[in-house]
Design a protein around this ligand. Structure first.
Ligand code: XLS
Ligand code: CA
Ligand code: CA
Length: 439
């Protein structure tokens, strides 16, 4: 059955097109920098927002129909698969990401829930074989059911920990079955509201225990991809343990998990932590922990997780700049963890939103690649640090200079203000504008 009869496969028509159902910048099979754009961007559809999110918020019910014509949960799960594959094919999106419960809901006992999930993953696997579409990453929804009200791996209840482990085991099996190259831990309710009822040390140790078990089990069933932590500072809990990339790096290193885990950086989570998206990507990259991206944007005037489709070209440019500097995606990709606004409720809005996001990233990639080829930014940065490749700078880096040697040097040198040069921020910002607006 075709769900979007009025929408054909979205063509690339170029920047002068005014067709709302055409790409202006994303040309999937165009070779740029020696690679097809689809393989550079590795766009993914998020099963939760796109197939399940109907616009429900705390002030009102859904505005978009995401029943896919079925009331029975098992029939709806299958219809969702058909609709998702249709959307991906029409939009030239090669990957998808899922939570176990987005694919198939709970049916009472874990045993029944798992059996129903198997039926859906069998169905997806068959569609993957037909179409060649791939799974970017999977995860377990260990945060929505009441049993997770105090966390999953960090719950004070050992029974909840055990249940979470069982659910994650199955989600890992499903990810491996669908050929996923990533497995995400987003710590839904892994955090706390008040220290008056919280044993923080035990909760963190337990969170690490669960991740260690997941790595051991995942590797034992042949999962060769990356495990990711997706940092987020708040929402739903007041203090999320995975606050930002720097916090997560400290956690991973403390528990010896840093060899198996990388970051899944989400733009809106970066801004909730009062960082820029680029900051989070750069911290991950410079620590060898860059993995995957949840592509969206927040609203600078709102302090919550709005998960909007990304359209800000400066952000997509500086994001792709970091991705290029990181050597491109390996197991990761650009997952649209984004939803159309509640008022954008028609089926066409799904397509308009993805087109907007994909075009914004395609343009961002082209701008980033040009920024690097242009070389003005890179050569400014390398000149700015030139004092580290010769003389006393080189002695410090090579370990030759100790405190006494540096004191001797400073005493002989006298005042050093003259060796400082301007940071030239405004000039550099105008170079970025010059490159972006000359594409
Ligand atoms: C929620 C997160 C979530 C993760 C996957 O804020 O973005 O959707 O990406 O569990
Ligand atoms: Ca996310
Ligand atoms: Ca989010």
């Amino acid at each position: 059955m075709e769900f979007f009869k009025n929408i054909c496969k979205i063509p690339y028509e170029g920047k002068d097109s005014t067709n709302p159902l055409a790409f202006k910048y994303y040309n999937p099979d165009e070779v740029v920098d020696g690679k097809k754009m689809r393989d550079i961007m590795k766009f993914a559809l998020s099963w939760w927002h796109t197939m399940g999110g109907d616009g429900t918020d705390m002030f009102g019910c859904g505005t978009a129909d995401k029943t896919w014509g079925e009331n029975d949960p098992a029939a709806r799960a299958k219809a969702k698969v058909d609709a998702a594959f249709e959307i991906m094919q029409k939009l030239s999106i090669d990957y998808f990401c899922f939570h176990d419960r987005d694919l198939s809901p709970e049916y009472g006992s874990l045993k029944d829930t798992n059996a129903q999930l198997d039926i859906v993953t069998d169905y997806i696997k068959a569609k993957q074989a037909e179409t060649g579409l791939k799974c970017l990453w999977g995860t377990a929804k260990c945060f929505d059911h009441p049993r997770f009200m105090h966390g999953a791996g960090t719950s004070p209840s050992a029974d909840v920990f055990a249940f979470s482990a069982a659910q994650i085991k199955k989600a890992l099996e499903s990810t491996v079955k669908l050929g996923g190259t990533g497995y995400v831990f987003w710590g839904g309710r892994e955090g706390y509201e008040t220290l008056l009822n919280t044993n923080m040390g035990l909760e963190l140790d337990n969170m690490a225990r669960l991740m260690k078990m997941a790595v051991e089990y995942g590797r034992s069933i042949g999962f060769k991809g990356d495990f990711y932590i997706e940092p987020k500072p708040k929402e739903p809990t007041k203090h999320q343990y995975d606050f930002d990339t720097a916090t997560v790096l400290g956690f991973l290193r403390k528990y010896g998990l840093d060899k198996d885990f990388k970051m899944n950086i989400e733009a809106n989570h970066a801004t909730l932590a009062q960082h820029t998206f680029q900051h989070e990507l750069c911290v991950a990259r410079t620590n060898g922990a860059f993995g995957s991206i949840d592509a969206n944007q927040g609203d600078p005037l709102l302090g919550w997780d709005t998960d909007q489709f990304p359209t800000n070209i400066y952000d997509t440019t500086m994001c792709m700049y970091e991705v290029i500097k990181a050597g491109g995606f390996t197991n990761g990709g650009l997952n649209f963890d984004a939803k159309a606004r509640r008022g954008s409720f028609t089926p066409e809005d799904i397509f308009y939103s993805y087109i907007a996001g994909m075009d914004a990233f395609a343009l961002g990639y082209k701008a980033a690649s040009k920024l690097i080829a242009d070389g003005r930014i890179d050569s400014f940065i390398s000149d700015r640090y030139a004092s580290w490749s010769e003389g006393i700078g080189l002695d410090i880096i090579s370990g030759k200079a100790d405190m006494a040697a540096l004191e001797k040097y400073a005493l002989a040198k006298g005042e050093v203000t003259a060796s400082i040069s301007s940071g030239r921020q405004e000039l550099l910002e105008s170079i970025v504008n010059n490159v972006i607006f000359n594409l």
